[in-house]
Design a binder for this molecule. Sequence first.
Ligand code: ATP
Ligand code: MG
Length: 393
Amino acid sequence: MNQLIMVRYGELSTKGKNKRNFIQTLGNNIIHALKQFPLCKVEIKHDHIYIDPKDNPIEKVCSRLKDVSGIYSFSIVERLPLDIDIIASRSLEIAKEQNKKTFKIKAKRADKSFQYSSDEINRYIASKILSQTSYKVDVHNPELLIQITIREDYCYLFFSEILGIGGYPLSTGGKAMMMLSGGIDSPVASYLMIRRGIKIECVHFASPPYTNEGVISKIKDLAKVLTSYQPNITIHIVPFTKLQEEIYKNVNVSYAITIMRRMMYRIATIIASRRSCLLLANGESLGQVASQTPMSVNVIERVTTYPVIRPLAVMDKIDIIKIARQINTYDISIRPFEDCCTIFEVKDPTTQPSLAKVEEYESKFDYQSLIDECIQNAEIIKISDEEAEDELL
Ligand code: ATP
Ligand code: MG
């Protein structure tokens, strides 16, 4: 029997006139995600997307769909003609093949022009199975649940629904500049942004020689994992050492982190604007460390006119780690390489920075030319999903 995959959309019902674009974008993203299965046929319809896996293993195709944002769920379905007897015979065949004891038929008539109501379909098929097998009906907890959806052109028959990652199709939400450190949080924040349909570029602040090449390869490996969700990721590596050293020379040490983060925000904003990003994003979580108290966030965020999205703002670390494990970034994030923040760690950073003091310290040195230098010397790395696919083949 010819099996297809039926893809259900996520939160598109609120999209009104944009719904068509969302669906087309999702279709294109699915085609891209499945490009390692060259003969797969993707059929984009207004209610669902149908994928014919042809000779490719259907489970592998399904597993790839689990990474595509904008998919609410999908099912492996059989497509049948709109003929109640054909639908009933196929249901009977399935019941016999499955050899279980209890069953339930759950029909849904999405196209009301079909001559039988959902209830009539349920009864018609159930009576056929009951009369020709020893199955019993169990409406609450059936061993075999046959779901039947009637649409205008075909009937679809399936047993289960696999949840996708939800969110919106990538590229429907503009672009954000994500501050990517080598830690646990920012890759999770990156994933959540992508899942929301927002494309990311990344900025990473590196402090050679205090931080070594290990950090950069960690960043590359994290981005590589993220290419399962966004096929191409650009990373701006900003040499941050000189500016950091100047901060530590000129600023009361308890304010160093606050000011360092203001510099990061300033640089990220300039790069974001040059790269046509609409948002900044990072992995900050309120209260997690001194620089993420409400007062610190308030004083730090003032340096940018950009909206700053913090997908993890109110999440507990334990829940962030759960997602990091699910998306396979956790093991990379915990590799022991130094980050620019850990190198210049301060024993007693202020949790309640005063804006007046911050401004006074910042007036003591020409940070603007150091920022310009950082931006001038930033390096661009592009990571794509291409090699990852070669490994899979
Ligand atoms: P993570 O938060 O990713 O686990 P972390 O704990 O080292 O890393 P924090 O000190 O919590 O980072 O910083 C908060 C956020 O600031 C990070 O999630 C990240 O978005 C950003 N950030 C920190 N360090 C860097 C860096 N070196 N380059 C780019 N962004 C950074
Ligand atoms: Mg953190």
